[in-house]
Structures are given as C-alpha cells and as structure tokens.
Design a protein around this ligand. Structure first.
Ligand code: GLA
Length: 399
C-alpha cells in the first residue's frame, strides 16, 4: 500500500507541470515561417544562426532559432519522428548542437493534430514519443500548432503535450498556437509559456488579406482584435500576437511601428525575416536596445491604449522603477500634428494599479528612436508624426 502511494506521488510529480521560469521576459528569437514557409533546410537554419550573431541580434537579446513547419520526414519503424533526410541530412541533433555552439537556443515545430498545417506528421497519439525525441535532440522551444484537430479539446491537447515535455525531462519553452480560438489566456497559464492570440500575421500594416478558408491580418488589426486580455499576461505566460514581419516589405515607418507596438504589448519578439539579407534600416529597428528594454522590462506588463484622438493615439506600458513607456501612433496615411498637454491628462492603469499624475510629478522624457533626452513633462509635447509611424518615449520620475 505504501509502495503504491509512493508510486502514485512519484507519477504525479513527473506529470502535470509546466517548466518553471523559462520565460520571465518575452522570448526573443527568429522563426522561419513568415519568410520561408516550407522552404527550410539545415543550411538556412545554420546561416540564420550565424547571422543572428554577426548582425548584433544576439547581443541585443535574441536567443531562439526556431524551425517552423515542414522540417519533418517520416516516423521510423518504432514511431519516432525523423527529419526530411534531404533537407536535414546531418540530422536535427547536429543542427541543435551547432546552434548551441553559437550560444543560442533551438526551437522546433509540431501540431496537436494528425497532421501539421503543412501536411506533415502531427503529434496526435505520439505526444510522449515526440517529446522524448525533442529532448534527445536538444530542443529548447516547441511551437505547437492547431491544424487538423477536429474533435479535439484544446485544453486537453495542450495539457497532454505539456505533460509529455515535462516527463521527457528537458526544459522546453512551450508556445501554444491555436490562434486564440478557445481563449487560451483564460486557461493556459499553467500550460504554456506563450499562446497565440489571433490568426496569422501578414506583411500588411492596416488591412486583411483573404486566402479562401483563412485570412492574414495586418499589424493594426492584430493590435485591435483582442480587447481585455492584457490582465492574463505576465512573466512566464505571455499573450503572443504572432511572429514579426519587420524587414519583409512594409515601409520603414510601418516596420518601426510594428516593432514598437510589439514591444509595448510585451509580445514575444520573434523576427520573421531573412536575417542573412537585411538592410541597415531593418537591423536598426530589430536591434534598438532601448525599445527592446521596454519589451523586456521585468514587470512584464502588457501595454494598453491610454489616449485616443481622431487620427492618432497613445499606448502606455508601466515599467519598473516608476517609469512609463509611451508610444504615439499615427494610424493614418497623413502626417499628424501631435500636441499633448501632460498636465491635462493623467495616465491610469487600473488593471495593474499604476498611476502617473503629471500635474503633481515631473518626468524626464527620452525619445527611444532618436536616442535623445527631449525635456520634461512640464512643457506640452509637440511633434509631427509621419504616416503610419510612431514616437516612443520613456518617462522617468524626476528626482
Ligand atoms: C499556422 C501557424 C503559422 C505557421 C503555419 C505552418 O498557420 O499559425 O504560424 O506555423 O501554420 O504551416
């Protein structure tokens, strides 16, 4: 009887947990899908890891190199998944070792259904075996998709994979990707480290592109889509508005806005462009350490819209040490004149209990794109804000 109890307790301790503290700040890295879709092979992944180091992204905090869909070959006679032998002739373990040798981490992709979205073998029925394989290969991050899951319960399916990963014993960040359909923010805190909140992003700033059975969404559409979910996000459990499209064809202003907004939202920062072929402007956006620091702030508070005028608005994100990041966003295709009297408005974050009374306390203002101190909240804030562009400032209480 005693032995049985010990066995039961041991089993419980093996299952039923998510790995703790793997994502205290939003994960940063690169994912192959947005740019390369199914055209992935080991050369691309290795060169991307090299580029992440060489262009300064690693130094700026990017860490995970993630292969999305289509790396798969067949299962072997025992049921263990193998990579496509032509695209990954050296095997996944060798690839993971290479990425680790660069001081980076390695991520992979699977799907809770029978097949992935790209029609490759999914993990349904093989969860524990796949988790074992990933642990053996040295995987650090798993993106787990939701195609071909008809009849499955999302919570059950993601719990199963969480338990499988935990029992395989290698700490792996678990990124859930069911597009927000079953409101994972309300139930997934103890299951995933991050969960997609919406459908797939496209290379669109403002608009929607239809593809028959699904749509890709623009930056502003994703920004507006899920109201009231910021209270569910925080350290080790992030709302994920999808991988980024910076460098994939929007204008510089739009890329800067997209990146800034993802930082304000405490979103995981997964670059989705070709790191081996980036222009200076793209590198500058992706590696702006002052804006990244807003995203990576230890409080882990997701930003919110705190002021709106006809054609521009302000997003705010409370930061540590009583600081506050603000992002002035121009949604329109015309330059707008921003004229903001700090004393007229106070900023209140009721959900996380932060208040900023500019009429009672003076704050220093730093422009995080210009990397310049630009005065204090004693004076009105006036600026020209170009089409689809942002100004991001950090306010620090004046001593
Ligand atoms: C889904 C996901 C994407 C990508 C593709 C791969 O659409 O949402 O991010 O992983 O599948 O097929």
């Amino acid at each position: 009887m005693k032995k049985l109890l010990v066995l039961i307790l041991f089993t419980i301790s093996l299952f039923g947990q998510k790995f703790e503290n793997l994502a205290p700040t939003p994960p940063m890295g690169w994912n192959s899908w947005n740019k390369f879709a199914c055209n992935v092979d080991e050369k691309l992944i290795m060169e991307t890891a090299d580029a992440m180091v060489n262009c300064g992204m690693k130094d700026a905090g990017y860490e995970y190199v993630v292969i999305d869909d289509c790396w798969h070959g067949e299962r072997d006679s025992l049921g263990f998944i193998q990579p496509d032998p032509e695209r990954f002739p050296s095997g996944i373990k060798a690839l993971a070792d290479y990425i680790h040798s660069k001081g980076l981490k390695f991520g992979i992709y699977s799907d809770a259904g029978w097949k992935t979205c790209g029609g490759k073998p999914g993990s349904r029925g093989y969860e524990f075996q796949d988790a074992l394989q990933y642990a053996k290969w040295g995987v650090d991050y798993l993106k787990y998709d939701w195609c071909n899951t008809e009849g499955l319960n999302a919570k059950g399916a993601y719990l199963t994979m969480r338990d499988a990963l935990y029992s395989a014993g290698r700490p792996i960040v678990f990124r859930m990707c069911e597009w927000g359909q079953s409101e994972p923010w309300t139930w997934a805190k103890d299951i995933g480290h991050l969960w997609r909140t919406t459908g797939d992003i496209g290379v669109i700033f403002d608009g929607i592109e239809g593809h028959g059975s699904w749509n890709s969404l623009g930056v502003l559409q994703i920004l507006d889509l899920r109201k009231g979910i910021r209270k569910y996000a925080g350290p080790n459990h992030w709302n994920d508005p999808d991988m980024m499209e910076v460098g994939n064809g929007m204008t510089i202003s739009e890329d800067r806005s997209h990146f800034s907004l993802w930082c304000m939202l405490a979103a995981p920062l997964m670059a989705g462009n070709d790191l081996c072929d980036m222009d200076e402007a793209t590198i500058k956006i992706l590696t702006n350490k002052e804006v990244i620091a807003v995203n990576q702030d230890a409080l882990g508070i997701q930003g919110f819209k705190c002021f709106a005028k006809d054609n521009w608005e302000i997003w705010g994100k409370p930061l540590s040490n009583g600081e506050l990041a603000l992002c002035f966003l121009n949604r329109t295709l015309e330059t707008v004149k921003v004229d903001y009297d700090w004393h007229e408005y106070l900023i209140k974050d009721d959900e996380f209990g932060h208040q900023y009374f500019f009429n009672k306390k003076e704050y220093k203002i730093r422009d995080l794109w210009q990397k310049k101190d630009i005065g204090t909240t004693e004076k009105r804030f006036k600026a020209n804000l170009p089409a689809h562009d942002v100004i991001v400032v950090k306010l620090s209480p004046k001593k």
